[in-house]
Ligand binder design. Structure first.
Ligand SMILES: [Fe+2]
Length: 607
């Protein structure tokens, strides 16, 4: 399949639009707040729903609903997240000034009025429900519908549906503002990067009729210079590939990327998929619209082994991302690039962008998928209200935290007796050195998809046998999916051969491991010799940083294997009670929770 004359501009959308075209989709006059105490609540009520609270332009709290409903990648309205934001700040609902919600296209609007359709889609996508006899037709209709852009009717109906939902939370005083899907992605990246002026590139499946955008970010304003239609979507292309590989779309795309490493390389000239997606003037063009891609992809898949098919598709993602990044720099004239959108979770593609000679610096927003839209919407609304937004993303510990008495109470309820230990980090380093697996519950829960030393499972990074034990016993992950390291930032220049600085500290970027460190990081590397590290500042006062310093003296690199504190199929743990429960059901050896270090009785161990 190649491009025909009739499809020349299929992916194009009129360009050169000024910032006035980014006007928020509201149905009534928007008041302007100049008060720095304005409370803006961002919400997202789709895939991986959640909420985020900005007070006076500063980010106070952010959480995704899955952590509270205990259903992974929750799609229901973020009731618990909203309540958690308000509770953290001690706000009454009538003290919220603005509620910002993103996306008002017809498909999203339908889901707001008919939540059952979201539930059905959720069950099928997670392979908990069979797609049924009309799966092919249903799929085409779904993709066709999601390609439609928002219009006055869908915006008005979305506004009304959200108003009704908010009324159930007594959020009747707040002004409701609808924010464009890709503008919310872009705002999160632009303000999160904190290196303006910069260009902003968003790439995802689709939302509000678009699949990618390029913007210039100057003086606190985003000016969009290019946009790709939802009909031509790199994200949808990769979703189809994920589905054809019998994986969960919108969830397992990282597995496809990992599987690609195991393919016998195929020359680009022999890759039939490379001709299917191209970029012209910052706009993605696909040979067929997203709803028609799957059948054609299935015919290609039939000819290749799974890992080879994954490889072919991964090359398309990398080529397209690189082409988009080059056009981004050229169109905006800004060589620093901030990235967001689900596709930029592909760390091998973002690594290629980082290494481009035209790109001076790159930043990947750490909650790049739709789960980060609540924060992005809040940023857009706050900045348009005249509030100076300062996300201050020095850390991502933005969720629930628990003081020692609350942890003690949870231990008591669980019938666990424990005494606080002195030098917790040293004790845990000793346990890890013996080859044990430790669950680590400290401080406030992380925002975004990664465990970053607050709700983590830890092991030595140099033991492939521990990696395999984790995979088999605790995580039940596919064998080819690598774990990630957390390391002190000072290790970066020594350990990572293509080190370019520590801007991407939260497992959002692949780096090549230096040859002399590959044995010491054997449990946290991909088969191609790259890893996706968390970089912890050396002067970080946390016990986690102290643990990494202890690691250096024990296994000659200030790094640990760090994976999320959950059990297969469940979200990251949030509360102490959940941590204790998962610990008991897991094959881990010890739990470091608050000041307590609890060893599992030998009879409970699973090996
Ligand atoms: Fe998105």
């Amino acid at each position: 399949m190649t491009f025909g004359a009739s499809s020349e501009r299929r992916g194009a959308r009129p360009l050169g639009r000024g910032p006035q075209d980014l006007t928020l989709a509201t149905t009534r006059a928007v008041p302007v707040f100049r008060d720095d105490t304005v409370n803006v609540l961002g919400i997202w009520d789709g895939h991986d729903s959640g909420a985020a609270l900005l007070q006076g332009g500063r980010l106070r709290f952010a959480v995704n609903e899955e952590r509270l409903s205990r259903r992974k990648l929750e799609v229901r309205f973020p009731t618990r997240s909203i309540q958690a934001c308000l509770a953290y700040a001690g706000l009454r609902p009538d003290e919220v000034d603005v509620v910002a919600a993103s996306t008002s296209d017809p498909a999203k609007t339908l889901g707001r009025w008919w939540p059952g359709s979201k539930e059905r889609y959720y069950a099928v996508r997670r392979r908990k429900a069979h797609p049924g006899s009309f799966a092919g037709l249903t799929r085409v209709v779904k993709y066709r519908m999601t390609e439609w852009s928002p219009g006055p009717v869908s915006k008005a109906l979305s506004h009304l549906a959200l108003r009704r939902q908010l009324a159930q939370h007594a959020l009747t005083r707040a002004e409701l503002r609808l924010v464009d899907h890709h503008e919310a992605h872009a705002a999160a990246a632009a303000w999160g990067a904190d290196f303006a002026p910069c260009s902003v590139l968003t790439i995802d499946g689709l939302g509000d009729g678009l699949s990618a955008t390029i913007s210039a970010f100057r003086d606190g304003r985003l000016e969009r210079v290019a946009a790709s239609s939802a009909r031509s979507s790199l994200g949808v292309f990769f979703e189809h590939v994920t589905n054809l590989l019998n994986m969960r779309e919108l969830e397992d795309e990282g597995k496809v990327m990992a599987l690609a490493d195991y393919a016998a390389p195929i020359a680009d000239e022999e890759n039939p998929l490379l001709a299917w997606v191209r970029v012209r003037e910052g706009v993605i063009e696909t040979a067929r619209p997203g709803h028609a891609l799957r059948r054609a992809l299935a015919q290609i898949h039939w000819r290749y082994a799974n890992e080879q098919f994954a490889y072919l598709a991964q090359r398309v993602v990398e080529h397209t991302c690189v082409a988009l990044a080059c056009d981004t720099v050229r169109l905006t004239g800004l060589a620093r690039v901030a990235l967001a959108g689900g596709v930029v979770s592909n760390v091998k593609a973002t690594r290629r962008i980082r290494l481009l000679p035209d790109v001076e610096d790159v930043y990947v927003f750490p909650h790049m998928g739709d789960g980060g839209l609540a924060l992005g919407a809040a940023v857009v609304a706050a900045s348009r209200s005249g509030t100076a937004v300062d996300l201050g993303l020095g850390g991502l510990d933005l969720g629930h935290g628990y003081e020692t008495p609350a942890i003690e109470a949870a231990l008591r309820v669980a019938g666990v007796s424990a005494e606080p230990v002195a030098n917790l980090a040293t004790r845990v380093a000793d346990v890890l050195a013996e080859g044990q697996i430790v669950m680590w519950f400290q401080g406030r829960m992380e925002y975004g998809p990664r465990a970053l030393g607050n709700r983590s499972v830890l092991a030595r990074p140099d033991r492939p046998d521990l990696r395999d034990r984790l995979n088999l016993v605790l995580k039940r992950r596919v064998w080819y999916q690598p774990f990630c390291p957390s390391m002190l930032e000072s290790e970066g220049p020594r350990v990572l051969a293509d080190w370019t600085g520590g801007r991407n500290r939260w497992m959002t970027m692949a780096y090549e491991v230096s040859a002399c460190y590959r044995d010491r990081l054997a449990g946290v590397m991909s088969v191609d010799g790259t890893c996706r590290p968390q970089l912890v500042p050396d002067n970080d006062p946390s016990d986690f940083a102290k643990l990494l310093r202890e690691a250096r003296s024990r296994w000659s690199v200030a790094a640990v294997l760090n994976t999320s504190f959950n059990i297969h199929g469940e979200p990251l743990v949030c509360s102490p009670a959940e941590a204790i429960d998962v610990f008991r059901r897991s094959g881990a050896d010890a739990l470091a929770i608050g000041p307590f270090l609890i060893n599992k009785p030998s009879g409970d161990r699973v090996t």
